[in-house]
Design a binder for this molecule. Structure first.
Ligand code: 6R9
Length: 656
């Protein structure tokens, strides 16, 4: 926890530069405070005003917040709109048809640009293609695509016809894909033949075949395949269709499906502390409002900006800040297919230079790996186009913050540490570039209308300076609406009765600065790990391990890691003898591969240690606290009195 210590001792303050304040949407702290006061004085009136100003409605709403079935909140429920209309048609109608919407840079450096008019035409063609397959409002469609213009077109086309998409990150395994198809009851999968990353091509479509073959996917009627590379790709007659064949000769118009504000826009599966990943369900209007308003407040987006969010569309960041937010604001954005370190660690900086990126949004893990790969590399590029820098996904340590600020931003650009989650839809606690004085390592203050607080285990608000659980006191338009197919889990996970059933529980620990009230996020307080900004449940990895026929028992914990934030450590008991030396290493490799197949490469444990048993209490509970200490290489001498089998600790200390 050294990084948290250094955050808590941080005293550097960076006031917003005068030229940023002068031009910002929210200009100066007084303007921020005025918005907060407006929200406090008339919470519903505040959100209603924003929803009327920033979204285009087919049928205007009268109802604002419906709290009749807490915590199943509804926003703007009697209004109708279409998300794709708001992202595409309205920009074309406003005269932005010839403006570049997307600049796509492929892995090999090839650049493709599409205007708003072209993006609309492509979305219409694909929406009609989906309709031609009988896909209609409310149907679930799984998208398993590489970073591409087509990935965004697929999402927008679903939104256009009212189908509910569920994007699955291309790094997830066939098994993970199958589980999501089954849980969502998806009628179609949209995928690509192969994906290109770091100069290599990797097959994608075979994972879809394999996943569907595992069973439970009988709801699938078709698989639509975008030809990315033209590499070998087996097509199943009667089920598989080529994207390019399907869009040929489609009608050039497609009336948007006007949906109710609460109509689900998408499901996105994310890890929790128990069980399988949960399908976080987002609404149409409230979600889009949150995306638009944060593009304006936090990123201060302007017509001349070139916006680049480096996330994958498989994560929520890629939904809100690639597929929806920038387009709904009529912005020009970058989509990048490749990886930051290929052909060398200057790739990001070259992209910023070549495309004159003005707003750059990435993850601390990327920043840390680029510092390691070439701390002086940014200086070899012209990064003067940059105006605003953002960070998301995990806490950013002050050292990385300072490097980002000075080396990438030339000490000119505010660094915005944005705290939010899949469930929150968009930014929750984040600085506003023209208002908030910055402190490295702090995500600073909640956005106007977001009532974040730190509470104790009974839900009582703690004084500033005391660490506790991060909650949100009032519902907000962008929040998740439920867990797909499991409303009880929604209530239990986010609105527990321990907290009176009215506080949204984020699952993160937080502390507010005793003087400024600034928030510092201290990481997950549940059994969720954050590895390179990817969320993973320890239970999920444990289930994957014990699914291996050789494994009797497994416990997974995290340990701090300088590069990835956290690293996954597994303690494993085999059914047979405990392997040692080279045999242990071999077995560890085998189990890593296994987890890669069960979940995906991102879930492979870094450390695997074998024991004859795990440390347990007399009642048989695994003592994770001790495992965490062991994983960190800490001394576990203190208080092992409740331990059934203290001798096991010595054995587990010796890792692989
Ligand atoms: C957007 C996103 C959510 C979890 C969240 C927290 C961590 C995200 C953070 C941060 C500290 C930040 N997290 N942003 N921690 N500072 N600026 O990442 O969504 O994948 O659902 O992860 O990530 O632990 O609870 P998601």
């Amino acid at each position: 926890m050294t990084s948290i210590q250094s955050v808590l001792q941080e005293t550097r303050i960076f006031p917003p530069p005068a030229e940023v304040v002068a031009r910002a949407t929210v200009s100066g702290m007084a303007a921020y405070e005025a918005l907060c006061r407006e929200a406090e004085a008339d919470y519903e009136g505040f959100w209603a005003r924003l929803a009327r100003e920033h979204l285009s409605w087919k049928r205007p709403f009268d109802e604002v917040l419906d709290e009749s079935r807490v915590p199943f909140y509804k926003w703007f429920a009697d209004g109708d709109l279409n998300v794709s209309y708001n992202c595409l048609d309205r920009n074309v109608e406003a005269g932005l048809g010839e403006k570049t919407a997307i600049i796509f840079e492929a892995d090999d450096g090839k650049v493709t640009k599409v205007t708003y008019r072209e993006l609309l035409a492509r979305t219409i063609a694909f929406a009609n293609a989906l309709k031609s397959q009988g896909i209609a409002k409310g149907d679930r469609v799984v998208i398993y695509m590489p970073m591409s213009i087509e990935g965004v077109v697929a999402m927008q086309a679903c939104a256009r016809i009212g189908a509910i998409h569920s994007v699955v990150f291309g790094g997830f395994s066939a098994k993970s894909l199958q589980e999501r198809i089954q849980d969502a009851g998806a009628v179609a999968v949209i995928t690509a033949d192969e994906q290109c990353r770091g100069g290599k091509t990797m097959p994608l479509k075979p994972a879809v075949d394999e996943g569907i073959a595992m069973g439970g996917c009988e709801s699938i009627r078709c698989v639509i395949v975008y030809r990315r590379t033209g590499g070998p790709c087996r097509m199943l007659a009667g089920r598989d269709l080529w994207w390019h064949e399907l869009i040929a000769n489609q009608p050039e118009t497609c009336e948007p499906e006007w949906v109710e504000a609460e109509h689900p826009l998408f499901l996105l599966y994310t890890s929790g502390s128990t069980g399988k990943p949960k399908g976080v369900q987002h609404s149409s209007a409230g979600y889009l409002l949150h995306a638009v308003i944060t593009m304006k407040w936090v990123f201060d987006i302007r017509p001349e900006d070139v916006f680049w969010c480096t996330a994958d569309i498989g994560w929520v960041t890629g939904h809100t800040y690639i597929a929806y937010g920038p387009l709904a604001c009529g912005a020009t954005e970058i989509i990048f297919e490749g990886i930051p370190t290929w052909p060398d660690a200057g790739r990001f900086w070259k992209l910023i230079q070549d495309h004159k990126v003005s707003i750059f949004y990435t993850a601390p893990t990327a920043i840390r790996s680029l510092i390691k790969a070439g701390p002086e590399l940014p200086r070899q590029y012209d990064l003067s186009s940059l105006r605003i820098l953002g960070s998301v996904g995990e806490p950013i340590n002050p050292e990385a913050w300072m490097w980002y600020y000075t080396e990438v931003g030339g000490s000119r650009c505010p660094v915005l540490d944005t705290f939010w989650q899949t469930e929150t839809g968009g930014h929750m606690i984040a600085p506003l570039p023209g208002a908030t004085p910055l402190v490295p390592g702090s995500c600073t203050l909640p956005l106007p209308g977001i009532q974040a607080a730190v509470v104790d285990e009974n839900g009582n608000e703690l004084p500033w300076g005391e660490g506790g659980s991060l909650v949100v006191k009032k519902p907000w338009p962008g929040m998740l609406r439920t867990i797909w197919g499991d409303p009880e889990r929604f209530v239990k996970s986010y609105y527990p009765i321990e907290f009176g059933g009215r506080l949204y529980l984020a699952g993160d620990g937080a502390v507010r600065d005793a003087k400024t009230g600034y928030f510092t996020i201290m990481g997950r307080i549940d059994d969720v790990l954050n590895v390179s900004g990817h969320r993973m449940g320890t239970m999920e990895i444990e289930s994957a391990l014990v699914a291996n026929p050789l494994v009797a028992e497994a416990a997974v914990v995290g340990r701090p890691d300088d590069l990835t934030g956290e690293a996954i450590c597994a303690f494993v008991v085999l059914k047979g003898e405990r392997p040692q030396g080279a045999a242990a290493e071999q077995m560890a490799t085998q189990l890593r591969e296994w987890v890669g197949k069960e979940i995906g490469p991102i879930a492979k444990p870094r450390d695997i240690r074998f024991g004859d048993n795990l440390p347990k209490t007399r009642s048989g509970k695994i003592m994770r606290r001790l495992l965490r200490q062991l994983a960190r290489g800490e001394d576990v001498a203190q208080d092992v009195s409740t331990l059934e089998n203290p001798a096991i600790l010595e054995q587990l200390k010796a890792g692989v």
